[in-house]
Design a protein. Sequence first.
Length: 262
Amino acid sequence: MKIRSGGHDYEGVSYWSEVPFFILDMFNLRSIHVDVASETAWVQAGATLGEVYYRINEKSKTHGFPAGVCPTVGVGGHFSGGGYGNMMRKYGLSVDNIVDAQLVDVEGRLLDRKSMGEDLFWAIRGGGGASFGVVVSYKIKLVHVPETVTVFRVVKTLEENATEIVHAWQHVADKLDNDLFIRLILDVVNGTNGQKTGRASFIALFLGDSERLLSVMSKSFPELGLKKSDCNETTWLQSVLFWTNFPLGTADDVLLSRNLKL
């Protein structure tokens, strides 16, 4: 039996096997119940990260959840594999913020954290939930986000000292303010002279306004040369769209689509 959640998977492990198999499709188990008072939410395994972010934001503009940057990833696979994202420096992995779960075991029993025991509860948070049973839903702990966050994308080529900047980033990335996460992507592009050149793209989320971000960057990572004009102040939900390469101002409800062209 292969268990498929609600989103995509680079390896496609839910779709192939060396022996005959059937798929247990969790696609329609996608309800999300957010309780702002207790700062928790029950999320079924077939929901996508985009749906989780959108439903949290419906109830509160100052709560979020630390998980991946791609909204079409399914909760079941993401959470059971650990779940890292751009708030992990402050709040850890997704699994660090899961406080309960419902799982159907091989005997058909519906278990929660108490009845499954702490060993099994530990195992399904990062050890691959499908290895131990069928996780139906997770209870997650919401985290606090400010009403205004700041994002930026700064690109440097080899001709713009990308090598030196990347070298500096490697030495400070783990020492930056915990409100700041900077992702580095390296690729090859056509240069201005028609020749191939290396490109370093720095994409960031800062849980605060641009003024404080500029202060942090000038002290910790001045080599990037971040300017006020590079900074975009927005909401946490809009920052999700920014990281998915949608322009700021895109309608929030695009996160509910399972057919995004990313």
